[in-house]
Ligand binder design. Structure first.
Ligand code: PLP
Length: 266
């Protein structure tokens, strides 16, 4: 029995980053820190350090579906977070299982490329996002590269966001971390227009796992019953703190900072 005293469950479908900076480890840390219970379903394995990814191997799509359906048939899943899916076949499998649970809010981080630049997903997955996953997405969290890949014909952020909202997702959080601006500007849009602006200081250094942290924190908020606007606000604050306290455990050239997701605040 679910009870108000139990943490809400977030089903996460994502890849493993063995450095623990990004991927499903980042997701489970952020969700746990925000008081929800992560149910981790692996879509893929990567060979990766804190500088870059070196190889990615996708699971069989039906095995991804089987992992998720086992959880959905048993636990009271209150939100779903999609991280790296990797292949169009896995994307279609995930879309099919989302269709079986239309009432559960979904946060989609359309992961295509590792923070170090390595490609993590096949190109065909872009069409699956547009046609099958966006219509079931509550909050989409594209970074600068992802939003251009998903809306290649649009000329500016507003037009890109409009193209994605037309596909049926309820909110787009356009992330500005990789844009050429002095501060970091993340903007939340709904079909009614701008729903929130989250400006933060641009911290020095490169970060690995910031997108996973933010999207999972939003999913935790939705699972706790927050509105998308409040969930994004809480997630922004959590992620900024995690980045501000970020640390650099790697020793390789190009090693990046990873967010510190172990405490809520100072
Ligand atoms: N998921 C996996 C498995 C990854 O390896 C990565 C990046 O390396 C990501 C997601 C995206 O990471 P970020 O949060 O830095 O965008």
């Amino acid at each position: 029995m679910n009870s108000a005293n139990h943490p809400p469950v977030v089903l996460v479908i994502a890849g493993n980053d063995p450095s623990g900076g990004a991927g499903i480890c980042a997701d489970t840390q952020a969700i746990t820190a925000l008081g929800a219970h992560p149910a981790p379903v692996l879509s893929s394995l990567t060979v990766q350090d804190t500088a870059n990814a070196h190889a990615v191997e996708a699971m069989a799509a039906n095995f991804v579906g089987a992992q998720a359906r086992a959880v959905l048939a048993d636990l009271p899943v209150a939100a779903i977070k999609l991280g790296l899916l990797g292949t169009a076949e896995i994307g279609r499998e995930v879309a099919a299982l989302l269709a079986e649970h239309p009432e559960i809010p979904v946060v989609t981080d359309p992961v295509l490329v590792a923070a170090g630049g390595a490609e993590l997903a096949e190109k065909e997955l872009i069409g699956t996002y547009l046609d099958e996953l966006l219509p079931r997405t509550t909050v989409l969290t594209p970074n600068a590269l992802e939003i251009r890949s998903l809306a290649p014909n649009a000329e500016n952020t507003e037009a890109r966001v409009a193209a994605l909202l037309e596909r049926g997702c309820r909110y787009v959080l356009a992330k500005g971390g990789d844009e050429d601006t002095p501060d970091v500007r993340n903007s939340l849009y709904s079909p009614e227009g701008l729903a929130g602006r989250y400006d933060s200081e641009r911290l020095p250094g490169e970060y690995h796992g910031s997108g996973c942290t933010l999207a999972s924190a939003i999913a935790a908020g939705l699972a706790k019953g927050l509105t998308p606007e409040l969930a994004v606000g809480e997630a922004q604050a959590f992620t900024f703190n995690a980045l501000r306290r970020g640390w650099k455990p790697g020793s390789k050239p190009g090693a990046q900072f990873i967010p510190f997701r172990y405490v809520l605040d100072d």
